[in-house]
Ligand binder design. Structure first.
Ligand code: ATP
Ligand code: MG
Length: 397
C-alpha cells in the first residue's frame, strides 16, 4: 500500500489549446508549493493528478493544506493506492474506514465504485455491494444511507486500485501564470487584499503597489501591508511589492488643491503612479478594491474621475459587492484579522471633512492643475522600495 494525494482540477472550463498550458502550469505550481516537503512523483492520468511521495515520513496533512490554496485545484483527497485485487481492497477499505472513524464520528455511509480496468473480474455494482456488506459486518455502528451518507467510500480500479473517503475542497480558479500579470493597489484595508485574491484566482500573476506616508503613517502600518501581501501570496506563490513614498505628493495636494477634492486627486495620482510601475513591470491591468458607493471616492462620478486619468484597464472585482460579502471572503482567505488591525492608512491622514461626492471630471482636472506633481511623481518612483514577498518560507533552506 502506498499513500498518495489525488488532485482534481477544473477540466470542464478548458478548451483546446489552453489545456496543456493549464496542466503544465498547474503541475509546476504544485511542485513549487510542495518544495521542501520531500521528493515526490507527480503523475497526470485521465484528467487527474496523483502526487506520490518517495519516502515514508511525508507530511500529508501539511501538504494537502498547501494544495488547497493552489489555484486551479478544485479538490484533493488522501488516497490509498493498492494492488487491484479484491481481497486486498477489502482489507484496506476496512482499515481506511476505521482510521477515518477514529478521527470523526460518522454513522452512515455508502460505497461508490468505478471500474476502469476491464480485466478486473467484478463489475462496479458488485464491488459496492460486497464492500458495503463487509463494512457493515465489521463495524456494527455503521448504517448504509445511499441518499445522504455522512461519508462515501470511493473505490476506483484502474491499473491500481485507489481508495479514499475524504474530499477536501480547494480554491478552484486557474493556475497562477496562465493569464498574464496585473498590478494590485493594496492598502491596509479589508477590500484590496480580497480584490487581489479574486483576480489571482483567475490565473493572473500579481504584483502590488502600496503608497505610504511616513512619518504620518507608522512603520507598523507598512508591516501590516507586507503581512497582507504575504497572505495573498500564500495562494499565488510570490508577489513583488512596490512601496511608494507618498508624503510629499500628499503635502503638495493638501496645500494647493481644494480640500473637498483632495481625496479624489490623491486617488488619481495613485493610479498614475501605479500605471507607470505596471508599464515598467509588464503588468496589463490595475486592480483596486473599490465598490460602488462605499465611500465618497467610490461614487459613480468619483470612479469615473479616477478612471479617466489612466489608459490601462482597471479591474474592480468588488464593484458590485456589499461590505458583508467582502468580509466573508476576507475571513475565508484569512486576511480579515490583519486588515482590521488599527493602524492608520495614508488616505485617513489627509482626509477632507466634506469630500465632494459628485465631482465633475473637468473641475477635478482644473483643481489638480494647481499642484505641481510631475517632479514629485518621478521622485516617488525613484525612491520606491521593492520587496519580494513569498507566500511561504521554503522548508529546509
Ligand atoms: P481598502 O479596504 O482596500 O483599503 P477602502 O474601502 O478603504 O478599501 P479606499 O481607501 O477609498 O477604499 O481605497 C480604494 C482603493 O484604492 C483600495 O481598495 C485600494 O485598491 C486603493 N488604495 C487605497 N489606499 C491605498 C494605498 N495606501 N496604497 C495602495 N492602494 C491604495
Ligand atoms: Mg482604505
Amino acid at each position: 500500500m502506498k499513500r498518495v494525494i489525488l488532485v482534481r482540477y477544473g477540466e470542464i472550463a478548458l478548451k483546446g489549446l489552453n489545456r496543456p498550458l493549464f496542466e503544465s502550469k498547474l503541475i509546476n505550481n504544485i511542485r513549487k508549493s510542495l518544495y521542501g516537503f520531500g521528493k515526490i512523483d507527480v503523475i497526470k492520468s485521465q484528467s487527474r493528478i496523483y502526487i506520490e511521495p518517495d519516502g515514508e515520513d511525508y507530511d500529508f496533512e501539511a501538504a494537502m493544506e498547501r494544495l488547497t490554496k493552489v489555484f486551479g485545484i478544485v479538490s484533493v483527497s488522501p488516497v490509498w493506492k493498492i494492488e487491484p485485487e479484491f481481497e486486498t481492497i477489502k482489507e484496506y477499505v476496512l482499515k481506511m474506514v476505521k482510521e477515518l472513524l477514529d478521527r470523526k464520528e460518522l454513522k452512515t455511509f455508502k460505497v461508490e465504485a468505478k471500474r476502469g480496468n476491464k480485466r478486473f473480474p467484478m463489475e462496479s455494482p458488485e464491488i459496492c455491494r460486497e464492500l458495503g456488506a463487509h463494512l457493515l459486518t465489521s463495524i456494527p455502528s455503521l448504517r448504509v444511507d445511499v441518499n445522504n451518507p455522512s461519508f462515501t467510500t470511493f473505490v476506483e480500479v484502474r491499473e491500481w486500485a485507489y481508495i479514499y473517503s475524504e474530499i477536501i475542497t480547494a480554491s478552484g480558479g486557474m493556475p497562477t501564470g496562465t493569464n498574464g500579470k496585473a498590478m494590485l493597489l493594496i492598502s491596509g484595508g479589508i477590500d484590496s487584499p480580497v480584490a487581489g485574491w479574486m483576480i489571482a484566482k483567475r490565473g493572473v500573476e500579481l504584483e502590488a503597489v502600496h503608497f505610504y506616508s511616513y512619518p504620518y503613517t507608522s512603520e507598523r502600518a507598512k508591516e501590516k501591508v507586507i503581512e497582507l501581501t504575504k497572505i495573498v501570496a500564500s495562494f499565488c506563490g510570490q508577489i513583488q511589492l512596490n512601496i511608494v513614498p507618498f508624503t510629499d505628493i500628499q503635502l503638495e495636494i493638501n496645500e494647493k488643491c481644494p480640500e473637498d477634492l483632495m481625496t479624489i486627486i490623491m486617488r488619481r495620482v495613485m493610479m498614475t503612479i501605479s500605471e507607470r510601475i505596471a508599464e515598467k513591470r509588464g503588468a496589463q491591468a490595475l486592480i483596486t478594491g473599490e465598490s460602488i458607493g462605499q465611500v465618497a471616492s467610490q461614487t459613480m462620478q468619483s470612479l469615473a474621475a479616477t478612471n479617466a486619468v489612466v489608459k490601462i484597464p482597471v479591474f474592480r472585482p468588488l464593484i458590485g459587492m456589499d461590505k458583508n460579502e467582502i468580509v466573508e471572503i476576507a475571513r475565508k482567505i484569512n486576511t480579515f484579522e490583519t486588515s482590521i488591525l488599527p493602524y492608520e492608512d495614508c488616505c485617513t491622514v489627509f482626509v477632507a471633512k466634506h469630500p465632494k461626492t459628485k465631482p465633475q471630471l473637468k473641475s477635478v482636472e482644473a483643481a489638480e492643475s494647481h499642484a505641481v506633481l510631475e517632479g514629485l511623481i518621478e521622485k516617488a518612483l525613484e525612491n520606491t522600495e521593492v520587496l519580494l514577498i513569498r507566500g511561504q518560507e521554503p522548508i529546509g533552506e
